[in-house]
Structures are given as structure tokens and as C-alpha cells.
Ligand binder design. Structure first.
Ligand code: R5P
Length: 310
């Protein structure tokens, strides 16, 4: 079986292929001068793509990633159906349809945070993207999706997977935290799993988001005096959530504060801001980022195995 990638998730695709002990096939993925994307399955890879089930690894972030994902899935589905007709007359033009077997593994699912309709007329973006993807593949696995409920009853099987075991391993060997903090209620399940795996104390903060850049954390007494604390979240974007939480921890006596997440988006000077508040930032390579120190391959492999076994 093969793991296939385009331009936005090559490294994590290689890690997944290694974890599954499958081959990795890199598609030709480039941009026209007007920025539109182009995808081609190299002729020498057509046999590999048709032989057995295929797992496409692609992020739906940034926006161009959505289009690239859809184009890759369509190119693969055409080849598997045997639709090779081409104007250059390169043979064969048609082959036998080998049926289903195209799975999509999304390390970072862009648009996942718009998972509810807060006002009439809003689009539930996460669902809209997933519905589009579901028309082009036979199963989907997503790494640390912000709110998995949004994909309930999708038209194809979905396997949710998480890099929290890998985060826990990494923190245990590199940071040795005494305390794990979830910066808001939404991250409680993930962060408490890390605390359980490390076997250390755990608590959470109550966060109110005023806008994309303004966050208020409800004051809460935390027993962190003299302790090494790791804040665990699914993603870090502007870093605002982590900086406010780190502030609360320092003011209550934490001696060392680290931030760990699956998805390191680090937008708009986030790394610079974070380094003023925390002693270390640790992320997986779900998407390319300057703090990618945790391999997400095995976590994605668990999702792929679940899909294939079901
Ligand atoms: C939101 O609920 C997420 O889990 C993260 O806490 C949030 O997206 C992080 O964003 P930022 O780094 O901009 O505060």
C-alpha cells in the first residue's frame, strides 16, 4: 500500500509511511504563475496507485490546501477508475476500474474551529469542508480535530486519532512536568489524557474569548508553587491563550512553564510573543512549523489502521 502526498504535508506523510512500513509516493504539485495549483500522478507511479488501497496525506490549511486535497483525490480516483484519456495520446488511455480504496489522512484540519452556527446565516465551515472531501474518498482520518462532533454522520467512515500519547512521551523525557494545565474547558480531555499518561497533577482554566486577539482567564487557585507546568492544547495560533495561561501560572509560583500542542499554526509573531511567556514550545509536525519536535506519524498510523480494520 502507498502513502501519497502533495505539497503541504510531505514530511508527515513520510513519517506516516515509515510508521506503516508502506511506500511513500510524492505527486507532482506545483503552482501556475497566477497561483492556481496543478497536480499530476507521475506515470511511473500509476501502477502503485492502482495496486492497493491508497492513503492521501494532506492538510486543509492554508486555503490552497483544500483545493490541493480535492485535486489529489480526484486525480487518484480517475487513475483507479482507469480514466487515463489524454490529449498527448500516451497509452494506455483506459484501464479496468479497480474500485474503491482511497483514504484521506488529514494531519491539520483547517477551518475546524468554525464548528457551530453562532448566528443565523453562518456557515459551519468545518462541516462544509468535510462534506466536500467525503465526496472524493472512501474514508477519513483526522489528527486531533478541534471538535470531533462536527463530523458526526458524515457520508464516509471517520477515524479520529490523537497525538496526545506522543506529546506525553515527549514532555516526560524532555520537560518532566509536575503539573499539566488545560488552558480552557475545550482542551480538558486531551490535556487530562497527557496528565494521566505522565501520572502527574492536572487542572484547567476557564477562558472567555472576547475576539481573535483578546482572551480573559477566570482567576483560579492552582497548586503550582515551585512546579514545572506544561500547558497542553490542540493548537496554538496567535499564542494568546497560552500567554494568558502562562501569566496566571507564573503569578501563582510556577517555576517553569512549557506549551505543547498538536498543531503549531504560530500566526502573526506568535513564537516571539510565546518566548516572552514560556520556557519551551513543543508541537508535532502536523503542519510545517518552527517548533515541530514531535513525530505525528504513529498517531496518524493509528487512525489509518482503524479505518482499514473497519
Ligand atoms: C480554541 O479553543 C483552541 O483550542 C485554542 O485554544 C485556540 O485556538 C488557540 O488560539 P490562540 O493561540 O490564538 O489563542
Amino acid at each position: 500500500m502507498v502513502v501519497v502526498s502533495g505539497s503541504n504535508a510531505q514530511q508527515v506523510a513520510e513519517q506516516l509511511a515509515l510508521a506503516l512500513k508502506w511506500d511513500h509516493v510524492q505527486l507532482e504539485a506545483r503552482r501556475f504563475p497566477d497561483t492556481e495549483g496543478y497536480i499530476r500522478i507521475p506515470e511511473e507511479q500509476i501502477e502503485a496507485i492502482r495496486k492497493e488501497p491508497v492513503v492521501v496525506v494532506s492538510n486543509t490549511f492554508p486555503d490552497a490546501g483544500i483545493v490541493e486535497t480535492l485535486l489529489m483525490l480526484k486525480a487518484i480516483s480517475d487513475v483507479r477508475k482507469g480514466s487515463l484519456e489524454n490529449l498527448r495520446g500516451i497509452e494506455p488511455q483506459r484501464m479496468e476500474n479497480i474500485g474503491p480504496g482511497v483514504y484521506l489522512a488529514v494531519p491539520y484540519f483547517g477551518y475546524s474551529r468554525q464548528d457551530k452556527r453562532f448566528k443565523p446565516g453562518e456557515v459551519i465551515s468545518a462541516r462544509a469542508i468535510a462534506d466536500m472531501l467525503a465526496t472524493q474518498c472512501d474514508g477519513l482520518t483526522v489528527l486531533d480535530l478541534h471538535a470531533p462532533q462536527v463530523l458526526e454522520n458524515l457520508d464516509i467512515p471517520v477515524a479520529f486519532t490523537s497525538a496526545m500519547p506522543e506529546l506525553a512521551n515527549h514532555l516526560q523525557s524532555e520537560v518532566k512536568p509536575d503539573f499539566i494545565l488545560s488552558p480552557d474547558k475545550g482542551a480538558i480531555d486531551r490535556a487530562s489524557q497527557v496528565a494521566q499518561l505522565i501520572d502527574c497533577e492536572f487542572s484547567y482554566l476557564e477562558k472567555t474569548r472576547i475576539d481573535a486577539h483578546t482572551i480573559i482567564h477566570k482567576a483560579k487557585d492552582l497548586d503550582v508553587q515551585g512546579k514545572v507546568v506544561a500547558i497542553v492544547d490542540d493548537m496554538i495560533a496567535t499564542g494568546g491563550t497560552i500567554c494568558r495561561a502562562a501569566d496566571a501560572l507564573r503569578s501563582q509560583g510556577a517555576t517553569e512553564v512549557h506549551a505543547a500542542c498538536s498543531h503549531g499554526l504560530f500566526t502573526g509573531g506568535a513564537i516571539r510573543r510565546l518566548t516572552q511567556f514560556v520556557d519551551g514550545v513543543h508541537a508535532t509536525g502536523s503542519l510545517a512549523n518552527p517548533r515541530s519536535v514531535i513525530d505525528a506519524g504513529e498517531a496518524l498510523a493509528r487512525g489509518v489502521r482503524e479505518l482499514l480494520n473497519n
